[in-house]
Design a protein around this ligand. Structure first.
Ligand code: PMT
Length: 404
């Protein structure tokens, strides 16, 4: 698949990164596309319409009406096979997310029936701001595809996330998307999910409140991204969608054994540890049901369970990528970073206990993704399915970086 013969709308909003749009326009034309460009009013302060029209040889629109003539944004929207807004500022993203239509670019976006991509560009604090996260989440729900931002020196002089992707990265992203290549195609993913149950006697056990919703959402997202997914899970409160290979277990010891066997057999490139594994088990499990008549009080001696993520992190095979979760009640980021290091993982998904819309049982979660190089991305409360999509995108970016 190529961009040859494709009709592309290039949207440019007012950011210093607009200087890269000229190179992007040039590359789109070189790839054989026909490019019409729409500016927001502020974009013209950063790059001139003349530069872009000279490069594309086609129309540049900046107003809904021009010299008494109406620019037909509906026709333009319908003409396009693809729309890419690069740079997409926090302002433009916010307006897109909320259906605001006060310029030609936004009117065209609302009229477009084709796939729409955004390449955000902004300063790191704006990038991390909850309102930006919320707007991007709304846009993702509307089907707008986001080209990941880069990390580096920003116009403010600060260093961090928020740089617009480079023009050649944007072209590669569009080509992959048009090919319909899924980000985890050809990858094997091994996942743990749910709680474990540690027997006290034949009828009682120690466990926790994990429902399995987070783990199943991750498995589903990985499968949707083209991966072959193997899910080792404790007793779950929800069904598992078809297409996922499942391995039910009860205890932590069983979960570890199954994970090690599958790891040796399948050699997965990605391991994701979402399970809430019971940290302790009963040292001496009673063969018979413990009778309450025989004892006034009952003391159970507990011993430490194996740590599955830690054990498997010690023997990572073929450079596999390990993603762990951290469920914390205090000092979340600090504890999560310690776990990331101790368990030799590549990324940790931090979620906190203590609120009604995150953690155990509920359909939503609020997470931060923390990486080995100390980068972190904080997300607002969103559905566990959406969280899972972000986790899979982050894994895909890590794989790209590592050239897996
Ligand atoms: O199942 P839900 O109801 O949807 O809830 C989701 C969740 C809260 C269980 C999930 O989002 C989550 O946080 N899972 C990890 C819970 C946990 O055990 O966190 P931890 O910080 O104690 O463990 C750190 C990491 O080590 C985790 O990846 C865990 O799977 C792993 N671990 C921990 C202990 C152990 N013995 N073996 C492990 O593999």
């Amino acid at each position: 698949m190529s961009l040859d013969g494709k009709n592309i709308i290039l949207g440019i909003s007012g950011s210093i990164a607009a200087y890269k749009s000229a190179v992007l326009a040039r590359l789109l034309i070189k790839s054989g596309a026909r490019v019409r460009t729409v500016f927001t009013p502020d974009a013209q302060a950063f790059i001139t319409p003349l530069t872009i029209s000279a490069l594309t040889g086609d129309a540049v629109y900046h107003d809904i009406s021009d010299q008494g003539q109406w620019n037909n944004h509906v026709e333009l929207g319908l003409w396009a096979d693809l729309m890419i807004i690069a740079p997409a500022t926090a302002n433009t993203l916010g307006k897109m997310a909320n259906g605001i239509c006060d310029n030609m670019l936004l009117a065209t976006y609302l009229s477009a029936k084709c796939p729409v991509y955004v390449a955000p560009a902004m300063d790191l604090d704006m990038w991390k701001h909850p309102s930006t996260r919320r707007n991007l989440s709304l846009l993702a729900n509307d089907g707008v595809r986001q080209i990941p931002v880069g990390y580096g020196l920003l116009a403010s002089g600060l260093v961090g996330d928020g740089r617009m992707a480079e023009p050649d990265e944007i072209i590669q992203f569009l080509l992959k998307a048009l090919e319909g290549k899924q980000v985890l195609q050809g990858k094997k993913v091994l996942i743990t999910a749910g709680p474990t149950q540690e027997a006290i006697d034949p009828v009682r056990f120690i466990s926790n409140h994990s429902s399995g919703k987070m783990g199943v959402a991750v498995a589903e997202a990985a499968e949707g991204a083209g991966a072959e997914v193997h899910l080792v899970h404790g007793p779950l409160q929800i069904p598992i969608p078809s297409g996922i290979h499942t391995y039910p277990v009860k205890s932590a010891a069983e979960m570890l054994e199954k994970m090690q066997n599958l790891n040796a057999q399948l050699k997965p490139g990605i391991l994701i540890f979402t399970a809430a594994v019971a940290d302790y088990r009963v040292s001496k499990v009673s063969d018979q049901k413990i009778k309450k008549e025989t004892t006034e009080s009952l003391n159970l001696a507990l011993e430490l369970n194996p740590d599955i993520a830690l054990t498997m992190g010690e023997f990572k095979q073929n450079g596999a990528l390990h993603v762990i979760f951290a469920l914390e009640s205090e000092n979340g980021a600090e504890n999560a970073r310690k776990k990331l290091k101790r368990k030799n993982a590549d990324m940790v998904v931090l979620n906190m206990t203590g609120s009604d819309d995150a953690g155990f049982g509920v359909d939503t979660n609020k997470v931060s993704l923390i990486f080995k190089d100390d980068r972190s991305d904080d997300y607002p409360v969103m559905s566990k399915k959406e969280v899972a999509q972000h986790i899979i995108s982050a894994i895909a970016s890590l794989l790209d970086k590592n050239n897996h």
